[in-house]
Design a protein around this ligand. Structure first.
Ligand code: DC
Length: 222
């Protein structure tokens, strides 16, 4: 029996978060941003002086990290970290801490528990391959590096980030993160064999949302 889960994976800047949030709203499902969990761990490690390379230290932190989602806000041990985890530095930190197999393992149950509460739209890098292999719908979003860099740049500008990195700098950061996420040993970023690939270059957000909602309705709600 397939789970009432829509698993959305893809590289940095492919539009996963925006799209997944809207798809969840349309379907009346819970939304889970798993990148926020790894970002939160990277943030907590920095706060506690634990190196992103220290797997044992990070595993200890995982045990004491209580993560809470309230609407769009993310809390770590009661502290609102919503904007603190959204920096490029924490994106890079998340990419480093998430490469440790012990860390991925210890965060598995936390992610799977979200599917016990009802329909779920979960986005990340290994939703379709590892965390929810029995998801009813798996989508792998892709877009050109130029398009993804442009989207990130607009997002940073809207958030008032200063100094604003150039498009080239953002493109380089995205490529570096893709390389790390795709080449790690445990749960690398890759399309599940039964995922639908959707290239969002040149598509608007409503167009992408519409397609995914359509597929979800065919597979889950009919
Ligand atoms: O989606 P994001 O940019 O917030 O993710 C930040 C990093 O976290 C990403 O570069 C790799 C890691 N990540 C992961 O390894 N597995 C996930 N399911 C989600 C994110």
């Amino acid at each position: 029996m397939k789970k009432r889960v829509v698993a959305i994976d893809g590289p940095a800047g492919s539009g996963k978060s925006t799209v997944a949030r809207l798809v969840a709203k349309r379907l009346g499902f819970i939304y889970l941003d798993t990148g926020a969990i790894y970002r939160s761990l990277a943030w907590l490690a920095q706060r506690k002086g634990v190196s992103w390379g220290d797997e044992e230290g990070l595993a200890r932190l995982c045990r004491e990290m209580e993560i809470g989602f309230e609407g769009d806000r993310v809390f770590v041990n009661g502290e609102d970290v919503t904007s603190k985890i959204r920096t490029e530095e924490m994106g890079q930190g998340a990419s480093v801490v998430s490469a440790h197999s012990k860390i991925r393992e210890s965060l598995l149950a936390l992610q799977r528990d979200f599917a016990l509460k009802g329909g779920l739209v979960a986005e990340g890098r290994d939703m379709g391959t590892v965390v929810f292999p029995d998801a009813a719908l798996k989508v792998f979003l892709v877009a050109s590096v130029e398009e993804r860099a442009r989207r990130r740049w607009v997002e940073l500008k809207e958030r008032g980030v200063s100094p604003l990195p150039s498009l080239e700098e953002i493109g380089d950061m995205i490529c570096q993160r893709d390389l790390q996420d795709s080449n790690r040993k445990t749960a690398p970023l890759k399309k599940a064999h039964d995922a639908v690939e959707l290239d969002t270059t040149g598509l608007s957000i409503p167009q992408v949302v519409e397609r995914i909602v359509g597929w979800a309705r065919e597979r889950i709600q009919s």
